[in-house]
Design a protein around this ligand. Structure first.
Ligand code: SAM
Length: 834
């Protein structure tokens, strides 16, 4: 019987979509057979004809007859074992009736995801801020109500009920199953926290960008910067209900020591985690927990804490208050999701009250809200609408589309909001006193937010049901968003390292047409990154996501700390035949940081020169037992033929007497070459890492008259002998634009090789291309045809321009063993000003 059972394995449980159908025994589609059915196969009835002939034979051999059970007395089971419908970690056979039904919401028509978001402000408020007399009548006290279904004052009944039913569908679902489907369904999911401590930081990055940097570069209503004297005035900000502190980490990452933050959050498990601030200096942030200061409890709902925090902020800001306040309060409402708005109403009120208590006139406020159906919530929003110049309800794309979270963003606090502040303070006292209060004010929840939420819930529902569905646009969307919000450390994001070289082939050969722009290196292994943390603390990473540094074990090599190199691990061979010795060596292809000196924005030639000096300094010729480290020999592309004379066919120890292609380096050591790395050292069109403003279309040409090479700018038609700083291709550009010509089977690079693959590029083909284009680069021959009207420089230099991009001077070494966050540890202190 067990043979029968194993045919029913349900591959839909598989985690990976790719391994789903492949390994499924093929009952459903019988293979075309030219044999007629053999006599020992059971006669196929309509029920069993779906099994292929092999299975039928196997079953027949075991004595299976249709309608009878297996076993000596036919006592076995007669019916087919049903395919499992178990999903995720649900118990076997458990079917969630409420979940399996359709939601009848069309989610496939959701708009194409993209990184662009538009802000809609509420219309300007022309109503004056009410005075305390007027406000004193506004508070209505009624019965406590824990019901949301009838809150239809500001939302149509149909819409509210659709939303609630969409949410309720998930009530029975296990958290993990829901989380997986949500991850697959949301195109923006993989943006995650980039190099910050959490996703929340990215929400702030997202909103700051969309709201034209109103937080990190606040302006008044006339568009003038709020911080006038850049040199001496700090940007003061507050962050409440804020643990672990991702919002502040983002702000401090942008502003560094030009900002000062004050924060209050509940003590306990969700307290600030300043030691985990990874991208920004936490020394510029001061937690204060209300009454008792550092010893307080941080509960924003306690009136004493609000007063204490306000006093503390005013004292610390020369009585002027904050330029802006961020508030992101929330707590678990598991099992009561539909009541989230009601359960968090006092928290929302206290965050608004805090804003009116600590933000200076002209300052801004951003605060998380949930659903806004009840008159209480709508009333609170209305109060903000009265007190700030402009108010917007905004759902950033970093906030999961299927949840109720959205943010109220308020620009420019008007003077004269004290009465509203005092009023909210009184309401909070009352809430604490009664804990049964209701407020009744006017406004509506924007329906487009709500509609989006309903569609997204329907989509997750579909993704839970169909485990092979996954959102294909996540990677592209992530890249686009990070670039747009400026959350990238000049390419230090892991994605910028995670790129394969372009394969050199007949279709990519044209990339070499500006021959003089390139250098080449013979490869002998996989290109990887090597991180030196001092002595033999050496780690390698293959450049692929996820970022995992592996200790270089069993090597005798020592490197000074703060060293980052692009290398190959190459097996070097000395001698031939039986006497041959092998040793593992590090071959340096390029340098990023040398003992703390960041060299990434130097020209490739300089980087190589510095790497040579460095390698010379670390090499220990008296220690032949140590693994060697060498810098690769670099050739100009136009001198590529020099490489081919270094290629020989040699017998190696493991080649079974067959000679193999071998490259001999400067000394008598050789290695088996894998191909040729080709590096473009002049900043050209700019890879996808660089936006249009960074494009520096330089190329090199040769002037026959002066017998000199010169740089030519294809955009400005400027030519100069002296290298313009913007013509330098920094490490990341070289790395991103690199090509690799694999010397694999069928590629002829040595005369004794005979196996030709006509689809692959061979030596003769590449050399003739290079010769032809080399001629074109010489001014006085055919340069017009490639560059237009190129002229060698008349005057010997051009004014030195400010390079469009600067690499940071600081290199943070990340210990692969400690606070390792999955990102390369390079910070860019200049980023905000680029
Ligand atoms: C979503 S988290 C905030 C995340 C934060 N913005 C970040 O960037 O890391 C919500 C926070 O609100 C806090 N919180 C909830 N109720 C609170 C209360 N009554 N007083 C102060 N903080 C509260 C929680 O402890 C938690 O730290």
């Amino acid at each position: 019987m067990c043979a029968c059972v194993c045919f029913f394995v349900d591959s839909s449980q598989s985690e990976s979509p790719s391994d789903a159908e492949d390994h499924r025994p093929s009952f459903s589609r019988p293979p075309v057979s030219h044999n007629t059915q053999s006599s020992d196969a059971p006669q196929s009835s309509s029920r069993f004809s779906m099994y292929n002939i092999v299975s039928q034979k196997l079953m027949a051999k075991m004595g299976f007859k249709e309608g009878e059970g297996l076993g000596k007395f036919g006592q076995g089971r007669k019916d087919i074992v049903e395919a499992s419908t178990q999903r995720g970690r649900r118990g076997l056979g458990l079917s969630l009736q409420s979940f399996e039904g359709e939601l009848n919401v069309e989610w496939q028509d959701e708009p194409e995801p993209n990184a662009f978001e538009e802000v809609t402000w509420f219309p300007e408020c022309s109503t004056e801020i009410p005075d305390s007399d007027e406000l004193s009548d506004w508070m209505l006290i009624g019965e406590r109500k824990l019901k949301i279904e009838d809150e239809t004052e500001f939302c149509s009944e149909k819409l509210l009920h659709l939303l609630l039913s969409c949410k309720s569908v998930f009530d029975d679902l296990e958290g993990e199953e829901m989380r997986r489907a949500r991850t697959r369904s949301n195109p923006y999911e993989t943006i995650r926290g980039a190099f910050f401590l959490n996703r929340a930081a990215m929400k702030m990055a997202n909103m700051d960008h969309v709201f034209d940097y109103m937080f990190t570069n606040p302006k008044d209503s006339q568009g003038r910067p709020l911080i006038r004297d850049k040199e001496s005035e700090l940007l003061y900000f507050g962050d409440v209900c804020a643990g672990p502190g991702g919002f502040s980490e983002y702000i401090l990452w942008r502003k560094r020591w030009h900002a000062k933050g004050f924060g209050m959050t509940l003590k306990g498990a969700n307290d600030f985690k300043l030691e985990d601030f990874y991208a920004a200096p936490s020394e510029l942030f001061e937690p204060y927990y209300g009454e008792g200061g550092i010893d307080g409890d941080g509960d924003i709902m306690r009136p004493e804490n609000i007063t204490a925090f306000r006093n503390f902020v005013l004292e610390s800001t020369e009585k002027r208050g904050l330029h802006f306040l961020m508030a992101d309060g929330g707590f678990s409402v598991e099992g009561q999701e539909n009541l989230q708005e009601i359960l968090s109403k006092q928290l929302l009120l206290c965050q608004f009250l805090m804003a009116l208590s600590v933000v200076r006139t002209g300052g801004h406020f951003v605060c998380k809200t949930f659903d806004l159906f009840t008159p209480f919530s709508v009333g609170l929003i209305y109060l903000l609408y009265l007190c700030f110049e402009r108010v917007s309800l905004f759902k950033p794309l970093t906030s999961r589309p299927a949840n109720s979270e959205r943010y109220v963003v308020c620009r420019s606090l008007k003077p004269g909001s004290d009465a509203v502040r005092d009023y909210l303070f009184t309401v909070n006292l009352k809430l604490n006193h009664l804990r049964h209060s209701e407020r009744d004010v006017t406004d509506v929840v924007p329906l487009n937010c709500l509609e989006l939420q309903i569609k997204s819930l329907a989509k997750i529902h579909a993704y839970v049901r169909e485990t092979t569905l996954s959102e294909p646009r996540q990677a592209d969307i992530r890249k686009e968003c990070l670039r747009l919000w400026g959350v990238s450390r000049n390419g230090a994001d892991i994605d910028s390292f995670n790129c394969r070289p372009t394969a050199l082939s007949s279709s990519t050969l044209d990339k070499l047409q500006h021959v003089l722009d390139h250098r080449c290196i013979v490869g002998g292994g996989e290109q990887i990154f090597l991180l030196g943390l001092g002595k033999s603390q050496i780690y390698i990473w293959d450049g692929k996501a996820p970022l995992r540094w592996k200790k270089l074990e069993n090597w005798k090599l020592e490197l000074p700390r703060d060293t980052l190199l692009s290398v190959e691990i190459v097996q070097e061979l000395k001698g031939e035949g039986k006497a041959q010795r092998r040793i593992n060596a590090v071959h340096v292809l390029d340098a990023l940081v040398l003992n703390g000196t960041d060299v990434r924005d130097q020209h490739f030639n300089q980087r190589i020169q510095m790497a040579e000096k460095f390698v010379k300094a670390v090499s220990k010729p008296s220690r032949p037992d140590m693994n060697p480290i060498r810098v690769k020999e670099v050739y100009r592309l136009e001198e590529m033929d020099k490489i081919f004379v270094r290629l020989e066919m040699k017998v190696t120890k493991s080649s079974g007497g067959m000679p193999r292609l071998s490259y001999t380096g400067r000394d008598d050591r050789h290695f088996l070459p894998s191909g040729l790395h080709i590096i473009k050292t002049v900043s050209g069109e700019g890879g996808c890492l660089y936006s249009a403003e960074f494009e520096n279309p330089w190329t090199m040409a040769y002037s026959k008259t002066s017998n000199k090479k010169f740089f030519y700018n294809k955009q400005t038609k400027e030519s100069t002998y002296k290298m313009d700083p913007t013509a330098v291709a920094p490490f990341n550009e070289c790395y991103h634009e690199r090509l690799f010509w694999a010397w694999e089977e069928g590629v002829i690079v040595h005369d004794s090789q005979t196996r030709v693959d006509p689809k692959k590029l061979s030596k003769d083909h590449v050399l003739s291309f290079i010769r032809k284009h080399c001629q074109n680069s010489i001014w006085g021959f055919k340069c017009d045809c490639i560059f237009g009207n190129i002229r060698p420089p008349q005057i010997c230099s051009s004014p030195v321009k400010q390079a469009g991009r600067r690499w940071p001077n600081v290199y943070e070494v990340i210990s692969p063993t400690s606070s390792f966050k999955g990102e390369m540890g390079m910070c860019d202190s200049h980023f905000a000003s680029v």
